[in-house]
Design a protein around this ligand. Structure first.
Ligand SMILES: Nc1ncnc2c1ncn2[C@@H]1O[C@H](COP(=O)(O)OP(=O)(O)OP(=O)(O)O)[C@@H](O)[C@H]1O
Length: 302
């Protein structure tokens, strides 16, 4: 059977739920991954935007829905809206609708706004992880692509496809951020697993080149010591070093303790309040200096 997730939904496509009869108008594709395609949609006749995920595997979608529903119970602003089957001109696919998270991927945010934002972003992300852990879940596939940051620095996790119940095997992981890859522990989902990924993610954001070099070690000798060597070597990482080493060694009792340690030891530094001057403004400034110089030269020469 051909599903609409295989063929893709063009902007303007109306997706109608078979059971609840809600209608969603596709604005654009937000992204596609292993588990399906995510579209930015509006409910027909309304302004409110949502993210609609159309999946290849109903069981996978269901486990993501379960996590979002659990999060709904903890927060006033809902994560999960509804789930249904789409029936579009003979094409059939399961979908669910969730909160649309406006923002850019974490790596892009840090690249544009500067590394000094990691203190604040890290704290908000640890809060998110801690909420998930309190519900008995482990995120599993924590990586910069799964963290969206709004222009004001609010942080949301996306892609709950890797989430597993605490104590169960991690369902999805990405090599660099995986504790098993660094021979640093099992792939059993526990709070320390997410904190380990969080620590490697910070190293990645602060010194990607050194992390890449460290990961080039032979698999059987690769270890936490390689990550700690990067942490010691890189000057940008210094303010985070103590926290990162502890997370890499599984030294926090839980994510709440890790969050409090981050708040005291990392975030306690002054906040970045001044926006970096946009590049176009810097360029215009340099250009005007050059023009002034040229005008002065012509003036003196005549
Ligand atoms: N709630 C959301 N709000 C905004 N954008 C989203 C949302 N959920 C997903 N996206 C976008 O859609 C893309 C694909 O979504 P998602 O990662 O959930 O799919 P996936 O099939 O599980 O992917 P992967 O193969 O990475 O596991 C994301 O990279 C992100 O850009």
């Amino acid at each position: 059977m051909t599903t609409s997730s295989e063929t893709g939904c063009a902007p303007g496509t109306v997706i109608t739920g078979k059971w609840h009869h809600s209608q969603y108008v596709v604005e654009r594709l937000l992204g596609s991954g292993a588990n399906g395609s995510v579209y930015l949609v509006r409910r027909r006749g309304q302004e409110q935007r949502y993210a609609l995920k159309m999946g290849y595997d109903t069981l996978e979608l269901q486990s993501e829905i379960n996590v979002l529903k659990a999060l709904n119970r903890q927060f006033t602003k809902p994560y999960f809206i509804e789930a249904d089957d789409a029936m579009e001109a003979g094409l059939e696919a399961a979908f669910y609708v969730m909160r649309y998270v406006e923002g850019v991927q974490l790596r892009q945010f840090i690249r544009v706004r500067g590394r000094e934002w990691l203190g604040l972003i890290g704290l908000k992300l640890l809060e998110r992880l801690s909420s998930l852990h309190r519900l008995g879940y482990v995120f599993g596939d924590l990586k910069p692509e799964n963290v969206l940051v709004s222009p004001y620095g609010s942080v949301e996790l996306i892609d709950f496809g890797g989430v597993s119940a605490e104590g169960k095997s991690v369902k999805q992981f990405t090599e660099w951020y995986d504790r098993g890859y660094w021979n640093a522990g099992s792939r059993t989902g526990d709070e320390a697993y997410d904190l380990f990924s969080f620590a490697v993610m910070c190293i990645h954001l602060l010194d990607e080149k050194s992390l890449r070099e460290a990961s080039a070690q032979l698999p059987q000798v690769r270890g936490v010591h390689d990550l700690e060597a990067v942490v010691r070597k890189c000057p940008h990482i210094k303010p985070y070093a103590a926290w990162l080493s502890r997370a890499l060694r599984g030294g926090f009792a839980n994510s709440r303790e890790a969050m409090n340690a981050w708040k005291r030891g990392v975030y306690a530094r002054p906040l970045p309040t001044i926006k970096r001057t946009p590049r176009w403004l810097r360029r215009s400034f340099v250009l005007s200096l050059l023009l002034m110089g040229a005008a002065l030269y012509l003036f003196l020469a005549t």
